[in-house]
Design a protein around this ligand. Structure first.
Ligand code: NAD
Ligand code: DAU
Length: 349
């Protein structure tokens, strides 16, 4: 079994590569990643010498390159995570999201279609998507697999479009696809532009914590290790053509989560209780900011038997411990270009 994992040097992708290498040692895993600002080979330093791991630096927006790669390797399966993933960046540069997330996905589908020649026995194309395609919930209700798509940001619109292409390639060409839509992930190796690692880094450095709007938006948080496990279960047991929602039944308003994070950080850093919370600074809201995401993952739980393994409080503490023990990793990714991006993003807010 030879699996191509795209975006394997990113946050979730690196956990998926690690999970597959450790749990399926008879598989060959090729990690295809273009190493954008979000891709970091250091995320895989504990597994990159395993004999069944290969890394290819390459761009999914280059269709010819993908055709050659598939001709050379005859992959049995694809787990597609490569994407531009940050909502704020999609507001600054929507076109980049169309090119990577939509065109990149169609290029991959074309390469798989050409390589598999309608012989789909033992083949699988697994597309990793997000709950943001469903839009925003009011105070009640949950996203199910049947919730109509209603994306609001250029990021979620690009992911919704890529999901539609994946389903279209199943319906039109018979490609054996499966899709999952997951809620917000947290854990080790997440680039510190996303809420939790950004705020951990800012607390460490006593920098302001920029809370968008009133901090009342709600997200449903899942430990990234549990997402990687769900991806394994769906890759192996999910039904072709189906969609599975993945989530932790773990809703937090941003401000409550930030207060919990501040309490954990004060304790771990030996600071006075309440010190980190003083860094909270309310800033202009994100444009088109979705109010609430919450996932109904009962299909995945009942049909495939997956459940999250740990509570949010425990997972957040493990996450804080990881960033505190890996400050070199944080320093490396927060230097240079990232610092310029950060200054630009928050100037005038
Ligand atoms: P990430 O930004 O951390 O990683 C993305 C990876 O894709 C990086 O390694 C990057 O180098 C690579 N990449 C980007 N453009 C590429 C290109 N043109 N060619 C090859 N590689 C390229 O993202 P993440 O948070 O790990 O998300 C991974 C996937 O999961 C995405 O598809 C995202 O939409 C989805 N997702 C993320 C979350 C979340 O909370 N982070 C939740 C649900 C779904
Ligand atoms: O729901 C799944 C999605 O979760 C994924 O598809 C995306 O790839 C991932 O980035 C994430 O999107 P969010 O926009 O929800 O994540 P982010 O960490 O950017 O923001 C979480 C919440 O925190 C959101 O309501 C915005 C708010 N926020 C974020 C940042 C970066 C702040 O208040 N201040 C900040 O500085």
């Amino acid at each position: 079994m030879h699996i191509l994992i795209t975006g394997g040097a990113g946050f979730i992708g690196s956990h998926v590569v690690r999970h597959f290498l450790k749990n399926h040692s008879s598989y060959t895993v090729t990690n295809l990643d273009n190493l954008t600002y979000a891709g970091n080979l250091a995320n895989l330093s504990d597994v990159d010498t395993l004999p069944n791991y290969r890394f290819v630096k390459g761009d999914i927006t280059d269709g010819d390159f993908l055709q050659r790669l598939f001709e050379e390797h005859h992959f049995d399966g694809v787990i597609h995570l490569a994407a531009e993933s940050h909502v704020d960046r999609s507001i600054s540069n929507p076109t980049e999201f169309v090119v990577t997330n939509v065109l990149g996905t169609v290029n991959l589908l074309n390469a798989a279609k050409a390589s598999w020649h309608s012989d789909f026995e033992g083949k699988r194309f697994y597309h990793i998507s997000t709950d943001e395609v469903y839009g925003s919930l009011g105070r009640e209700g949950l996203f199910t697999e049947n919730t109509p798509y209603d994306p609001h940001s250029p990021y979620s619109a690009s992911k919704a479009s890529s999901d539609h292409f994946v389903r279209a390639y199943h319906d039109t060409f018979g490609i054996p696809v499966v899709i999952s839509n997951c809620s917000n992930n947290y854990g080790s190796f997440q680039f510190p532009e996303k809420l939790i690692p950004l705020f951990i880094n800012n607390i460490l450095n006593r920098k302001p914590l920029p809370v968008y709007g009133k901090g009342e938006n709600i997200r449903d948080w899942l430990w990234v290790v549990d997402h990687a496990h769900a991806i394994d279960v769906i890759y192996h047991q999910g039904k072709t053509g189906e969609t599975y929602n993945i989530g932790g039944h773990n809703e937090w308003t941003n401000i409550d989560l930030i207060r919990l994070l501040c309490r954990i950080m004060d304790k771990k850093l030996g600071r006075t209780s309440g010190e980190s919370e003083k860094l909270v600074t309310y800033v202009t809201d994100r444009a088109g900011h979705d109010l609430r995401y919450a996932i109904d993952s009962s299909k995945l739980q009942h049909e495939l038997g997956w459940v999250p393994s740990i509570s949010f409080e425990k997972g957040l503490e493990l996450t804080v411990d990881w960033y505190l023990s890996n400050q070199d990793w944080l320093d490396n990714v927060t230097s240079g270009g990232y610092q310029r991006y950060y200054d630009e993003m928050y100037s005038g807010r």
